[in-house]
Design a protein around this ligand. Structure first.
Ligand code: UDX
Ligand code: UDX
Length: 468
């Protein structure tokens, strides 16, 4: 199929590259000429595993980059809208980019077209897209609007696209459904997975994925409800972690106990400093807003958001409780991205915590495997940036782990202890076992588990041992 994808951000770029790998002819459209030039020259502007490989395979053959949306629409059978839907001040989704794209598409509907909303949008958006295209003169029989929400997680977006748990398609006509069935046929038939050059299958993949055909409104709600449920699960376990701290229980063991219930499942039960990213925070506000507009006061989401904010403040209080005064203290910080595996710092709890520590006049030396360039744009001069975790820890009064990068979970602990001024680790992502940390001479503080503190005397001794 010939497909146009509008918006070459995290979603659009992955969607275009994966469609090309399925064998479709893709035009990736963007209104940012600099981005297009960089993409044509082989740049890969986002940190996503396998994306470089897919773009390398198809750039110039099955995927091209263009700033001309009307031309791209004319030569395509389907146009996927994957432009940003950022939150407005009131928390609604800003759909002005979606509208401007829909308006521009309407001038190029010169044969049956399927316009597909890929960006996360509130329910009813597909109706608005149809209205805008009609108002701008398109023939009502010459197009359909569909909803095809993505469930990509940053850091695993390519495998999430090619090995989805399910593909959700919201349509209002059989003709439209046929086009989307054809687009995803390489996945739903399983043909893609038999190819020698298929992207490697992740452990938990269900192959082939189910194709769920529903109405546009249901598809739009599936996306918001999925994200809201996942965020709720995270806030739920963070609230339980706080109760564990109050009573001296261990949230890791509690997670084991509840996660083994197949109705709950172990995933998305990792307590920490809260969720961030360009989706959960914005999608919860948008879902709450659209529910309210339609007469439902979704107060449960208020509480999910409140718990999430509170998680960060609790962690800062923990840092104060351990270090006493903060002014002038040197803190090693591991992690600036909103999660491990990505360079994205949008709504990153790690970054928000670093900004709070700077306001307390701490000296911060931070390391992140992928997000430091983006972080420098935000943090300006306030933070030193290290070349690795060990440099970040050198001479620090304490080490803070704020993003769940895999490499932060397997540090050389003896080397780390020698580099720290005091052997104290505050882990916002529970990457280590407290007993292991004490064995290696650290006082270790984490989320929802008792502090593992070296006896005062041994703490001093361990410093003497180092000096010896
Ligand atoms: C976006 C939404 O933010 C997210 O909610 C949705 O799930 C998927 O699309 P993302 O890909 O991260 O996520 O968006 P962003 O990184 O902001 O990229 C959007 C791209 O669209 C940018 O490259 C921008 O230049 C481009 N764009 C934006 C257009 O081409 N035309 C426009 O009118 C507006
Ligand atoms: C999320 C959804 O998972 C994805 O389906 C949707 O398409 C986009 O939004 P993403 O935001 O990229 O994906 O990352 P995700 O892995 O969901 O993590 C979101 C945030 O929750 C991160 O800040 C992460 O650190 C945090 N998180 C995740 C937890 O704190 N605990 C968990 O158990 C899981």
């Amino acid at each position: 199929m010939r497909i146009a994808v509008v918006g070459s951000g995290y979603v659009g770029l992955v969607t275009g590259a994966c469609f090309a790998d399925l064998g479709h002819e893709v035009v990736l459209v963007d209104n940012d000429e600099q981005k297009l030039t960089a993409l044509r020259n082989g740049a890969v502007p986002i940190h996503e595993r396998f994306l470089r490989e897919l773009l390398g395979r198809h750039r110039g053959q099955h995927i091209k980059f263009s700033g001309d949306l009307q031309a791209a629409t004319r030569e395509s059978e389907a146009v996927f809208i994957a432009v940003g839907t950022p939150p407005t001040e009131t928390g609604d989704a800003d759909l002005s980019y979606v509208e401007s794209v829909a308006r521009e598409i309407s001038g190029a509907v010169d044969g049956y077209k399927v316009v597909v909303e890929k960006s996360t949008v509130p329910v009813y958006t597909s109706q608005w897209i149809r209205t805008v295209i009609l108002r701008n003169g398109a023939n009502p029989a010459a197009f359909d609007v569909a909803s095809n929400p993505e469930f990509l997680r940053e850091g695993t977006a390519v495998t999430d696209f090619l090995y989805p748990d399910r593909i959700v398609v919201g349509v209002e006509s059989e003709r439209c459904a046929e086009v989307l069935r054809a687009i995803y046929e390489p996945l739903t038939s399983g043909a893609y997975y038999g190819r020698a050059d298929a992207i490697p299958r992740p452990d938990r993949a269900t192959v082939p994925p189910r194709l769920i055909i529903t109405s546009t409104k249901s598809a739009e709600l599936i996306k918001h409800a999925s994200n809201a449920f996942l965020a709720m699960k995270i806030s739920f376990i963070n609230a339980v972690a706080s109760i564990c701290e109050s009573v001296g229980a261990n949230v890791g063991q509690v997670c084991d106990g509840i996660g083994t219930d197949s109705r709950i499942g172990p995933r998305f039960l990792n307590p920490g400093i809260g969720y961030g990213g360009s989706c959960f925070p914005k999608d919860l506000m948008a879902f709450r807003a659209v529910a309210k507009e339609n007469g439902y006061d979704f107060r449960l989401l208020d509480e999910v958001i409140r718990i999430n904010e509170e998680q960060r403040h609790r962690f800062l209080r923990k840092v104060r409780a351990v270090l006493w005064t903060l002014r002038g203290k040197r803190l090693g910080v591991l992690g600036l991205a909103f999660k491990g595996g990505t360079d994205d710092i949008r709504e990153s709890p790690a970054l928000l915590l670093v900004e709070e520590l700077l306001r307390e006049h701490c000296q911060v030396c931070a390391y992140d495997p992928a997000a430091m360039e983006h972080a420098k744009e935000v943090l300006k001069s306030g933070v030193e940036f290290a070349k690795d975790a060990y440099e970040a820890a050198t001479g620090a009064d304490a080490l803070l782990i704020l993003t769940e990068w895999e490499e932060f979970a397997c540090l050389d602990l003896d080397r780390l202890r020698k580099l720290l001024k005091y052997p104290m680790v505050l882990d916002g992502r529970n990457l280590y076992d407290p007993a292991t940390m004490v064995e290696h001479g650290f006082s270790y503080y984490s989320v929802g588990r008792p502090a593992a503190v070296l006896e005062g005397a041994t703490e001093v001794q361990s410093k003497k041992r180092e000096r010896a």
